[in-house]
Design a protein around this ligand. Structure first.
Ligand SMILES: Nc1ncnc2c1ncn2[C@@H]1O[C@H](COP(=O)(O)OP(=O)(O)OP(=O)(O)O)[C@@H](O)[C@H]1O
Length: 262
């Protein structure tokens, strides 16, 4: 596996400032700041229920923040026009935790669906583009006419990734992409994400509990605790942190095992 290389600092693709997220009286995020630079593979970690998915949803616009601001590609979510929102959506891909594939559609039609929705391309071009994305994530043409129920968990993740890549996004969001995969499948999926980021200059926002993924492919890791991002740094820097949760996470038995394997 190729270790992440040091990259020059580039413009922010995601810029979150003073985010406040609540459900009723329950505060999930308070004064949360986060920057993600172009081309960066960012791992997002934190204890269960710390609000990683809520953060993802707030950035992609599925949850309206109660305060603060979220900018994508330099455009503020709150004031963006309908056209700007459509443009941001076109430049962004999302792989949800459960894959969120359409169960009634074949692999090919699942991957083609964003192209059907967002472009006016002729059907044969859409089909060719979908076939290319399916090949790009390492699936064979035999998978084209299978339905999601006929796929393994790893294949389903790959189809979800192919669909997230359908519109050639510059930024993708992945919610626990390797959850449920065996270690070999997870390592292969990690490598695929790293290669895509390197080859396509893709910015990746990846929620994960998988320490191996952090060591193998992430340029930086953002840690969610105490309702905000308490650190954003390389894993090597985080290993030296004094924050109790970070210490426990990286220097506990699983962290040490991942460190040794990296
Ligand atoms: N629609 C909702 N209504 C009310 N509370 C919600 C809603 N969605 C999330 N929450 C709450 O927000 C908190 C953060 O949830 P979130 O799913 O973001 O956690 P997470 O860090 O992704 O957790 P995990 O690692 O277990 O997936 C949780 O306490 C959850 O119960």
């Amino acid at each position: 596996m190729t270790a992440p290389k040091e990259k020059p600092i580039r413009e922010n693709v995601i810029e979150v400032r003073g985010l406040l997220s609540q459900f009723g009286d329950r505060v999930i995020h308070h004064d949360l700041d986060l920057d993600v630079q172009r081309g960066e593979v960012l791992g997002v970690v934190g204890g269960s229920g710390t609000g990683k998915t809520v953060l993802l949803n707030s950035i992609i616009g599925l949850k309206q923040p109660e305060g603060g601001s979220v900018k994508l590609f330099g455009v503020d979510r709150e004031t963006m026009t309908k056209d700007e929102a459509a443009e941001v959506e076109r430049r962004t891909g999302v792989l949800f935790q459960q894959g969120a594939l359409f169960s009634a559609l074949t692999v090919l039609d699942n991957v083609a669906s964003p192209l059907v929705e967002h472009t006016t391309l002729p059907a044969n071009t859409i089909r060719e583009l979908a076939e290319m994305k399916i090949a790009m994530v390492g699936l064979k043409p035999e998978s084209h006419y299978l339905k999601p129920a006929e796929l393994s968990g790893g294949m389903r993740k790959r189809v979800g990734l192919a669909r997230a890549l359908a519109l050639d996004p510059e930024l993708i969001f992945l919610d626990e992409p390797t959850a449920g995969l065996d270690p070999i499948g997870a390592a292969a999926f990690d490598q695929l994400i790293r290669d895509l980021s390197d080859d396509l200059d893709l910015t990746v926002f990846m929620i994960t509990h998988d320490l191996d993924s952090l060591y193998a492919i992430c340029d930086k890791v953002a840690v969610l605790a105490d309702k905000h991002v308490v650190a954003k740094a390389t894993v090597q820097e985080l290993e030296r942190s004094d924050h109790p949760w970070i210490k426990e996470y990286f220097l506990g038995p699983r962290g040490r095992a991942a460190h040794k394997a990296a």
